[in-house]
Design a protein around this ligand. Structure first.
Ligand SMILES: NC(=O)c1ccc[n+]([C@@H]2O[C@H](COP(=O)([O-])OP(=O)(O)OC[C@H]3O[C@@H](n4cnc5c(N)ncnc54)[C@H](O)[C@@H]3O)[C@@H](O)[C@H]2O)c1
Ligand SMILES: O=P(O)(O)OC[C@H](O)CO
Length: 353
């Protein structure tokens, strides 16, 4: 077997020091010059002093080689070759990668802040539709930054805690810029992380968004003790919902059978590390949504996304009974009993319909 080629080290900035941004920064810092930026100066100062992001990813040591900052200009200087850069800027733009690791709700604001900088590229990790506009992340980025900057989504089944522990995982990078896909693969693929490429941005993003809603549904079913048969049915019929909406929005059917589709759906619906699944488990215990969300302390994207997906499905004429049932429970006060009865009483149909 021939040895893996040596990958030149890149300057990488990760914007957003939540659980996932921190975990990916830890993994990438093994091979690259990584700077992790967070907007809260106190949190970042504490993380730098303790070499641990106790607020978002407790229990994981931050490598000494990982730089931490709450200074946005410093974070951007790390990946731009602009005149006047004060930190060790990359020699060329292709030696730099800018990763945005905020929630979907923070993506627009961060992209707006980036308008003032000559960024080399942009890769985002968030999964969902923007609440009010119902836009996918790539549409938000395009609206704010235009389409001249190479842009990509990095998605797929990946619990932050497992990546931070160095456990194996496989991701999908999606972009219409083949060169950026290659660059993300060069930066992230290796060691225990595999990265596959696709140009189906819509498919990858719809899979990542809707699986969060289905994880809430599966959490409810498991919390109510409905059994493993019900869980498998929800996952499988959930995949049919993802596929229908994804195709209606322009995605390709094969993408939903991949890592960002069925892969992430299985992980999030079955893994107790999922915040979205835990929202469902909490609802099944009769806890109010607000207290579940406060207890989590992290974003559960499926909650905000459920309203957007319900509206989009209606607009596109796509049948999404499970996602609609979740929205009914979250926003209309529907009882778990009533939505279960509704789902079970639907007319029989062709499985492929
Ligand atoms: N946690 C995971 O295992 C995981 C894995 C893959 C993908 N994701 C996705 O990545 C995204 C982030 O998840 P997370 O787990 O890191 O969430 P988190 O709640 O742990 O952290 C979110 C971070 O975004 C930051 N943020 C939000 N709005 C911002 C803004 N306007 N400006 C700057 N920063 C802002 C917050 O300060 C916080 O640091 C979500 O869309 C999630 O679905 C998470
Ligand atoms: O914890 P969740 O439910 O936000 O899921 C995290 C990741 O998206 C899993 O791939």
């Amino acid at each position: 077997m021939s040895p893996e080629p040596t990958i030149p080290s890149m300057n990488i900035t990760v914007l957003g020091a939540g659980a996932w941004g921190t975990a990916l920064a830890i993994a990438l810092a093994q091979r690259h010059n990584v700077l992790l930026w967070g907007r809260n100066p106190d949190t970042m100062a504490a993380a730098a002093a303790q070499r641990e992001n106790a607020a978002y990813l407790p229990g994981f040591a931050l490598p000494e080689t990982l730089s931490l900052s709450a200074d946005f200009s410093e974070a951007l200087a790390h990946v731009t070759t602009a005149a006047g850069a004060t930190t060790a800027a990359p020699a060329t733009q292709s030696e730099a990668l800018l990763i945005v690791a905020s929630s979907v709700s923070g993506l627009r604001e961060l992209a707006q802040q980036l308008q003032a900088f000559p960024i080399p590229n942009i890769v985002w990790l968030c999964k969902g539709f923007e609440e009010n506009t119902r836009l996918l992340p790539h549409q938000i980025v395009r609206q704010v930054l235009g389409d001249a900057i190479p842009a990509a989504a990095l998605s797929g089944p990946s619990f932050a805690q497992e990546v931070a522990r160095g456990l194996p995982c496989a991701l999908s990078v999606a972009s219409v810029h083949a060169g950026l896909c290659e660059q993300v693969v060069a930066a992230v693929h290796g060691g225990n992380i595999r990265v596959y490429s696709t140009d189906d941005l819509v498919g990858v993003e719809v899979g990542g968004a809707v699986k969060n809603i289905l994880a809430i549904a599966t959490g409810v079913a498991d919390g109510l003790g409905l059994g493993l048969n019900a869980r498998a049915a929800l996952i499988t019929r959930g995949l049919a919902e993802i596929t229908r909406l994804g195709i209606a929005l322009g995605g390709r059917s094969e993408t939903f059978m991949g890592l960002s589709g069925v892969g992430d759906l299985i992980l999030t619906c079955t893994g107790d590390l999922s915040r979205n699944r835990r929202v469902g488990l909490g609802l099944a215990q009769g806890k109010p949504l607000a207290s579940i969300v406060t207890e989590l302390g992290h974003v559960a994207e499926g909650v905000r996304c459920a309203a957007a997906v319900r509206a989009l499905a209606q607009e596109c004429g796509v049948d999404m009974p499970i996602s609609n049932a979740v929205a009914g429970v979250l926003f209309d006060g529907d009882s778990l009993q009533s939505v279960m009865e509704l789902l079970l009483s639907r007319n029989p149909r062709e499985e492929s319909a």
